[in-house]
Design a protein around this ligand. Structure first.
Ligand SMILES: [Zn+2]
Ligand SMILES: [Zn+2]
Length: 388
């Protein structure tokens, strides 16, 4: 492990920032206290600070002598989740809100890097430190882009980091191509004619059709997607009927669709419409299908992925850098930034024995990895400056 010496000295400070964020989680677009603290710290380091981007976003800029610029991104939002009771002094003070994805740690690491970078007087590249709102579900990155992020802060490359409890602390993983999947939301409402449960021929059975749809959609993944490609359809919610002897008039199905490749995503969307419409037609029902494209896949460009890997190898060493780890079928709104600019998204191993995973009520960011992630940020800037 090769921690940056300046970063190693910042561990107590980064830990304090992280735990303060953890104690005061704020959900999407509500990150006002968080953004205020981030802006205050960036200002104290000497960054040029812009606030109010996409509502609560903050950018700290460190101008370089040269023409090129790099954007480093951390996310600021917590989850709408009750933190499990614990003796942690920094446990959430806000009921129903929790830093359950480690964005508290992401901010602390980028702030640590910002403090070190701002002390350097020899930056060649301009560094934009982006603290973005609403990574979870609400596409804060897309809103930033729509509101002119890159016109205001032009960047030649973007980099992002996420702690990864499924990977042991001390390891990092980054690869060219997809790191995380596209995530869409599917909602189907079946409308039919209710009837006495003993006289089904007098009505139309939305429950039977709902069951056929669930099975057919699994068949779509199993039989129409190349087994070497990746796709997931999970129907997670079914609502129909109020009692046992009445056939209901309506059934609601909801779920999520994941794919790594844009072609696969397009294919699934088209086939879901065809299959659901055909099954509804066969049952004499009407189907409303709402397919909501949420996040695209998070896809790393070749050059930046190699740059991120070199930076990671300099910190954790070649042996603890994984460049062939399979992608996750989870999703990430850094995808929107990667759709605009070449860049790379990297996983920071954070796993400890017995730890809860991301989005679990007992999760807590592993402070031991703060200096690893912050050192990686510094190496990203070094590598960016030395790579033309
Ligand atoms: Zn999350
Ligand atoms: Zn997250």
């Amino acid at each position: 492990m090769n921690l940056d010496p300046a970063i190693a000295d910042l561990l107590p400070e980064m830990t304090a920032w992280r735990r303060d964020f953890h104690a005061h989680p704020e959900t999407a677009y509500q990150e006002r206290r968080t953004a205020g603290r981030v802006a205050e710290l960036l200002t104290s380091f000497g960054c040029l600070v812009a606030t109010g981007l996409a509502g609560t976003g903050v950018v700290g800029s460190l101008p370089g002598k040269g023409k090129r610029a790099v954007m480093l991104r951390a996310d600021m939002d917590g989850l709408a989740l009750d933190e499990a009771p614990s003796e942690r002094p920094h446990r959430s003070r806000h009921q129903g809100r929790m830093h359950g994805c480690g964005h508290d740690g992401h901010m602390a690491m980028l702030l640590g890097a910002a403090k070190c970078l701002s002390a350097r007087k020899d930056l060649d590249a301009t560094v934009h430190l982006l603290f973005q709102p609403a990574e979870e579900n609400e596409a804060g990155a897309r809103r930033l882009i729509e509101e002119g992020l890159f016109e205001r802060f032009p960047a030649d490359a973007v980099f992002g980091l996420h702690n990864w409890p499924g990977l042991p602390a001390g390891k990092m993983a980054v690869r060219e191509g997809p790191m995380m999947a596209a995530c869409d939301l599917l909602q189907i409402t079946l409308h039919g004619k209710g009837a006495h449960a003993a006289m089904p021929h007098q009505g139309q059975d939305v429950v039977l059709c709902a069951a056929q749809i669930v099975a057919a959609l699994q068949g779509l993944v199993a039989r129409e997607i190349d087994p070497l490609d990746s796709a997931v359809i999970s129907i997670t919610q079914i609502e129909a009927g109020k009692t046992w002897n009445v056939m209901p008039e309506q059934a609601l199905l909801r779920g999520t669709v994941r794919a790594l490749r844009p072609q696969t995503r397009d294919f699934l969307e088209r086939r879901i419409h065809e299959i659901v419409s055909a099954l509804a037609l066969a049952a004499g029902l009407h189907a409303d299908i709402d397919y909501d494209r949420r996040y695209p896949a998070t896809v790393n460009a070749k050059g930046p992925a190699e740059l991120a890997a070199r930076a990671a190898a300099l910190v954790v060493g070649e042996d603890d850098l994984l460049v062939n780890l399979p992608p996750s079928m989870g999703a990430e709104d850094f995808a929107f930034l990667l759709a605009e600019k070449p860049g790379a998204y990297t996983w920071l191993g954070a796993g400890r024995e017995g730890d809860a995973g991301l989005h679990h009520p007992a999760y807590d960011f592993n402070d031991a990895v703060l200096p690893i992630g912050a050192s990686w940020w510094l190496r990203i800037v070094d590598q960016f400056q030395s790579t033309k």
